[in-house]
Design a protein around this ligand. Structure first.
Ligand SMILES: [Ca+2]
Ligand SMILES: [Ca+2]
Length: 135
């Protein structure tokens, strides 16, 4: 038991060190997220939404060999807009912004739906979130 505890402590310190290193470059983007983390039931994915600029972020939060996946919908029309995925649980995330144009420029004053899951072949834990995009 005693040995096991020491090993766990070592792993956790390493994880925290890796987290601190990856936080530094990310903070330069300084997006103030309105919503999130939006998680699937198994906590394998975490998605975020910032209405001003239509920023969407998804992070893989479980090393299970499956991608973190968010599908974005116009909840008022039911129209599917786009998918965003993050492949590995490495502290880095995937982003989309209104400045990417097209479907990534989300409709203003519409409810926006976010379906958060693992890759579609295994989305049994998917969760759905809706936010009104009014700024
Ligand atoms: Ca994963
Ligand atoms: Ca990642």
């Amino acid at each position: 038991m005693r040995t096991k505890k020491i090993v766990q402590g070592g792993i956790s310190a390493l994880t925290m060190a890796a987290f601190a290193v990856t936080m530094a470059p990310g903070s330069a983007q300084a997006i103030d997220w309105d919503h999130g983390p939006m998680r699937d039931g198994g906590k394998a994915a975490a998605a975020y939404f910032e209405e001003s600029g239509d920023h969407v972020k998804v992070c893989d939060t479980k090393s299970d060999g499956k991608k973190a996946w968010v599908n974005v919908f116009d909840h008022m029309t039911g129209k599917f807009l786009y998918s965003l995925t993050d492949t590995t649980n490495d502290g880095k995330c995937s982003y989309r912004h209104a400045s990417d144009g097209g479907v990534y420029n989300l409709p203003e004053n519409h409810d926006i739906g976010f379906s958060v899951s693992k890759e579609p072949s295994d989305n049994s834990d998917s969760e759905y979130y809706v936010y009104f995009n009014d700024h």
